[in-house]
Ligand binder design. Sequence first.
Ligand SMILES: Cc1ncc(C[n+]2csc(CCOP(=O)(O)OP(=O)(O)O)c2C)c(N)n1
Ligand SMILES: [Mg+2]
Length: 694
Amino acid sequence: MSTTNVAAPMTDTELDQLSINTIRTLSIDAVERAKSGHPGTPMALAPLVYTLWNRVMRFDPQDPIWPDRDRFVLSNGHASMLLWSVLHLTGTCAVDPDYERLGQPSVSLDDIRRFRQIGSKAPGHPEYHWVSGVEATTGPLGQGVATSVGMAIAEKWLANRYNKPGFPIFDYDIYVVCGDGCLMEGVGAEAASLAGHLGLDNLCWVYDNNHITIEGQTSLAFTEDVATRFLAYGWNVLRVGDANDLERIQHALGVFRETKGRPTLIILDSHIGYGSPHKHDTAAAHGEPLGEAEVRLVKQSYGWPEEAQFLVPDGVREHFAAGIGARGATARSQWTALFASYRAAHPGLATEIEQMQRRDLPAGWDRNLPVFPADAKGIAGREASGKVLNVLAQNIPWFLGGSADLGPSNKTTLTYEGAGSFQAGSPGGKNLHFGIREHAMGATVNGLSLSKLRPFAATFFIFSDYARPAIRLSALMELPTIFVFTHDAMGDGEDGPTHQPVEHLASMRAIPGLVTLRPADANEVVEAYRYVMQLRHRPAVLVLSRQPLPTLDRRAFASAAGVARGAYVLADPPGGDPELVLIASGSEVSLVVEAHEKLLAEGTRSRVVSMPSWEIFDEQTQEYRDSVLPPSVKARLAVEQASTFGWERYVGSSGRVIGMTTFGASAPLKALQKKFGFEPDKVVSVARQLLGKQ
Ligand SMILES: Cc1ncc(C[n+]2csc(CCOP(=O)(O)OP(=O)(O)O)c2C)c(N)n1
Ligand SMILES: [Mg+2]
């Protein structure tokens, strides 16, 4: 007997549930196939992500970089299958690094089938530079929530500068999903405190309060009252007691949107592994496949065909198209029309917005950059930097930044008339005050950069350690953030070894993609900024001296423009043809210049190479590199007030390094230079040894 089953059209409620279960089962199947990943949290949070995306967010899958879109950050990045599912089901399109739309899906079903495999656009954790529609790279817990604070600051700043009566060009919200881990991490606390202080009412964190982390119940280590803590930070705190209640979730998100003057935390009580008879509410659901037998039981509980894998039932894609797709398309086309009339009314501002979106610099961005005259007494790297920053900030409207409470010391304060401080009541300020929160500062500037502003962050080089995870992510995300680190070595003498970086240069140089620059004098500082400003997809670290460094006479020495090649020949023996190469960076360049003069006087044909940046030098042609460090010259001596680690690559096995192999000490700088061998005579004597001249 055959029957014809004419199915009644599904109700919206049924389609909601079908869509949610599609997210859940795609997540489960992907983890199962990959034999690794995190199924439990996507199973629990599918209703939240569904509600947020399909009912609330202003996001057009056709154009995932539309500037006025709401942002979504999955701070608990291990739950990445939530994002891959929703990017796939909404048909979000891919964009290339030049911000061109490619017309192909960002995440295909095939990518999901190849979750966590090489080349898949569904990698283990959300990766900004790799998958379109990912707003921030997350996975290191706490980074996403902290980055979102920068995104919220950026929206306030952009709205303040560009919105005009009748033209709400920037009017978006930042939604973040986070778990216990993000709220346990210190960086999450720093960021929440800053967001509360700044009253960022465009920022909503949804906290997945599932009482589970990897080791088991949160009662093992996390028993604080999160709600009270966030109230104390000045947040609006809401609670939704059932993660499956779409109406309550939607209601809470509505309350967030109506709340002014405070960020919102929605505490969402959920059950990790929801639907799994044996694993729900247990750590076992966190980070491993459920196993075939359990998957069948889970699918039964969802009313899902047990055998089906990677199933996207009919109607689900259409349901997303009718929700976020239609809403996003309308919002974007309205915005595009608005922007067209904005361009007519405010052409200059419209051009700025377009340049910023492409990470281009405005015409004249480098006008009035200082040129420093030769001066034996010289000027500190941080001083020269302060002058450059003040010029750049006036030339580039969207260039802004600040320090972790060390502005007066880092010389990063923007002091020109009208620069202002960014605060809740003055969202146009260009001086950001991060407070003593280096880690959140790093993540915040990442958020600013993700929002296409051009930010810098500053502290003492020693405290780069406190921001390092965010610097690393900056490099991984390929963001052109700028880190200004002063007090680069032992220049703060009496402060002692707690304040004297040793291994930090090596540590920065080890981060792939990051450009580290340690300029030798004021004109190298200018050239370093000139180079860095033109980077569109790379972060940079500027390592600057506290103490004055002689400003080299560029009529006698090579031009500081050599900085753009990472290393360059600063001085040669008469007639060239060196027998010895002295290599140095930063404050040690003028030291080796002194030694070089002594060596010349005693008939040694030495060359001085200023090497502000290893990375940039390594990217030059072999021919250029050989012209600076001739392969035939084996007598090479590098001098740098930092760990010797890594210098072998330039001095070779027969070269020498004068550097640090211990911590520093508390004493005046002169005494430290003597104690650790950073004196011209020491350089001369090691040079003689290298040449067998003594
Ligand atoms: C900084 C950092 N430390 C440790 C980890 C490893 N890790 C990944 S998930 C996780 C547990 C997170 O618990 P929770 O945020 O509650 O997520 P849930 O299991 O509830 O999804 C840990 C420790 C990490 N990703 N980042
Ligand atoms: Mg948890």
